[in-house]
Design a protein around this ligand. Structure first.
Ligand code: FMN
Length: 358
């Protein structure tokens, strides 16, 4: 496969096709208003991306309940008051010719009280003094995910990306370390995956036939077990519950260090699974045209661009113009980001990532 293959369209099981193989990763930017409404800075950032030739743009993680907040100035989708800003974002992406998805997020046990968050752990032992969610509370959160997806649809988004990564609530429930429940949401692998599956199935039922559902999965830390996650993923792919799987790796070339898949790339553990009509892509240090093309070779249907998209908004266009394109090297200066059109709020957040900004 060559770089030109990245520009072939890709059909999804529901709704319009992807015009090429580039998806923008969800990127928290902490520039919304404090009530979760999209700010002019959100609109500006999305507007720049919309004109950058991505096939699909995921928004930053957006709160599905006010209590599920993890970041100051996080985008919200938990209230109809957020609809005007979200509608403007969706319209801007559509105008640029790309598909759009809101990333649906609840921080679970890591919700931040100082921001109005209410820690919502799967187990009573995770956060000192905070009891595990009751079964009814888990079902309420499930329904909030589904209501948020309906709101995304109402705002004109093509779909949602269900945030099942990085120890946030859905990932937390999957973890035998963080989930010691004895109800239907704990215990067996199937039970620990139930919240995710119910969220996805509920969204499919609640939204229209063209609505696209992505699922973002990470496979490390938080007590997650690779073998179990593979089993859960195999089932989700086999039942074609989603349109696309977005594997949130930090390095797409990463090799498994222990267990049944030791020595294999992490990516291959998932790309080797039968995927039926589901499309599979991955993020993780895709910083050049050649690396992006290589991922198609390694079994991805699409590539997910994070940091390279912050450094150079129009990564897909750069690749199209130059098959040997290489992203600028990290870290960069704040001035570089400013000159590129990022807001001061976003730059301040990025300065917290030592590997990103000097
Ligand atoms: C500044 C920043 C913000 C991020 N925000 C989110 C987020 O809101 N949701 C999420 O699932 N991942 C988030 N991530 C992870 C990225 O989506 C992506 O998976 C990761 O950066 C690896 O891809 P990359 O090497 O292309 O950057 C974030 C990463 C960065 C650097």
């Amino acid at each position: 496969m060559s770089v030109s293959d990245l520009f072939k369209p890709l059909t999804l099981s529901h709704g319009p096709e992807m015009r090429n193989r580039f998806m923008l990763a969800p990127l928290t930017n902490q520039q919304s208003e404090r009530d979760g409404s999209a700010s002019i800075f959100d609109q500006d950032w999305i507007g720049q991306l919309a004109q950058s030739d991505y096939a699909l743009i995921q928004t930053c993680a957006a709160t599905i309940e006010a209590g599920g907040i993890a970041f100051d100035r996080q985008l919200g989708i938990h209230s109809d008051a957020h609809l005007p800003g979200l509608t403007e974002m969706a319209a801007s992406i559509r105008e640029g010719g790309g598909l759009s998805a809101v990333q649906l997020h609840h921080a679970g046990h890591r919700a931040r009280p100082e921001l109005g968050g209410i820690p919502a752990p799967a187990s009573s032992s995770t956060v000192p003094g905070v009891k595990a969610l009751t079964t009814e509370q888990v079902e309420r959160i499930r329904d909030s995910f589904i209501m948020a997806a309906k709101r995304a649809e109402q705002a004109g988004f093509d779909g949602v990306s269900v945030h099942g990564a990085f120890g946030w609530i859905l990932s937390e429930f999957m973890s035998p370390l963080l989930n010691d429940r004895t109800d239907k949401y704990g215990g067996s692998t199937e039970n620990r995956a139930r919240l995710t599956v119910e969220v996805i199935e509920g969204i499919r039922r609640a939204c229209g036939p063209d609505f696209q559902i992505g699922w973002r999965l990470s496979v490390e830390r938080y007590g997650l077990r690779l073998e179990e996650l593979r089993e859960i993923t195999a089932d989700i792919l086999d039942r074609e519950l989603i349109d696309y799987l977005d594997l949130a790796l930090w390095d797409s070339a990463q090799v498994v260090q222990e267990g049944a898949f030791q020595g294999q790339t992490m990516l291959s553990v998932f790309t080797d699974l039968p995927r039926r009509g589901v499309r599979v892509g991955a993020a993780g240090k895709i910083m050049s045209a050649q690396r992006a093309a290589q991922l198609l070779e390694e079994g991805c249907d699409f590539v997910v661009i994070g940091r390279a998209g912050i450094l150079q908004r129009d990564f897909p266009r750069q690749v199209q113009e130059n098959p040997l394109y290489e992203s600028p090297e990290l870290p960069v200066t704040a001035q570089y980001l400013r000159a590129g059109g990022l807001s001061e709020r976003f730059i301040k957040y990025l300065q917290g990532w030592q590997t990103l900004v000097y």
